[in-house]
Design a protein around this ligand. Structure first.
Ligand code: PAF
Length: 283
């Protein structure tokens, strides 16, 4: 595995891949790699010749009250994991390398799809995501880029970025990796108490009930109320939101419109869990 810490090193390796006529698959991450990331790499290795991963904790996507400095980092372990999974080129830039003058002259502003779900409580977050992803797309110029559907709102924003700015890149959304009982894998699951860990699979159970109700044609507001009560009755968590929107537009659902997303965030004592399910007629 080649490790590139500077843009110059990155581009030298990419030129070699290009000379060999290789298709590039790109997996952007902020490191502290887990199975979810590995699933993206696996998909990339199936679909492309060379997999490029970036690890960059992007300060632009953290709000003033969100602790960028405390975001977990373990470079040595990440390098090992990426190597074991067969990543071909790992881009590990510093903040200075990505933002040489402290900040950029031009930043992306996402004007739709972000005033709901997690975007509602994290103003500016998706502007930072779109800005860094645009920069990484421009630097790496992959044919395919892989994003986890666990963060379906991010996937919706990236789809808009590619469409609006004509990046010749296919976005490949990768399904959420789950534990045997349906709980979406997340590094935050370790913060659940034993009792909360038993309760947490009810998020996914609720989403599945929601899928049945949507396909049956029940009313959106009825489903929303029923699922919120279902989670509150089966867990000690506090439902932060449980929303149903069109996908990927993330707007109010007009009768029988599909695909739709049911997205949920629940606060447990030490962890806030998110999950979602996207429903199309065929699924
Ligand atoms: O999903 C993430 O880890 C980040 O938001 C991303 C896409 C790597 C941009 O910093």
């Amino acid at each position: 595995m080649i490790i590139a810490r500077t843009i110059q090193e990155l581009q030298a390796s990419l030129q070699e891949f290009e000379k060999e006529g290789k298709d590039i698959g790109f997996v952007p991450t902020m490191g502290f790699l887990h199975e979810g990331h590995m699933e993206l790499v696996k998909e990339s290795k199936i679909k492309t010749d060379k997999t490029v991963m970036s690890i960059f904790v992007n300060p632009l996507q953290f709000g003033p009250n969100e602790d960028f400095d405390r975001y977990p980092r373990d470079e040595e372990k990440d390098i090992q994991l990426a190597r074991n999974e067969g990543v071909d080129l790992l881009f590990l830039p510093t903040v200075e390398e990505m933002y040489p003058n402290g900040n950029l002259t031009i930043n992306m502003v996402v004007t739709k799809r972000t005033d709901v779900l997690c975007g509602k409580s994290r103003p500016g977050h998706f502007d930072g995501v779109a800005t860094v992803v645009a920069k990484l797309f421009q630097l790496i110029r992959p044919q395919l880029a892989f994003f986890g559907l666990k963060d379906a709102q991010q996937v919706a924003v990236i789809h808009a970025l590619v469409e609006d700015y004509h990046f010749p890149i296919e976005i490949v959304p990768v399904p959420t990796v789950r534990e045997h009982d349906g709980l979406a894998k997340s590094s935050r699951n370790v913060y659940l108490s034993d009792q909360e860990r038993l309760e947490a699979p009810y998020l996914y159970k609720a989403l599945q009930k929601g899928r049945e109700a949507i396909l049956k044609g029940d009313s959106i507001s009825g489903i929303r109320d029923y699922l919120t009560a279902y989670i509150e009755n089966h867990t000690s968590g506090e439902v932060d939101y449980l929303e149903i929107y069109s996908y990927p537009d993330l707007e109010m659902v007009i009768e029988d419109q599909q695909p739709v997303i049911i997205a949920v965030a629940v606060k447990f004592s030490q962890a806030r869990l998110i999950d979602n399910i996207i429903i199309t007629q065929k699924s």
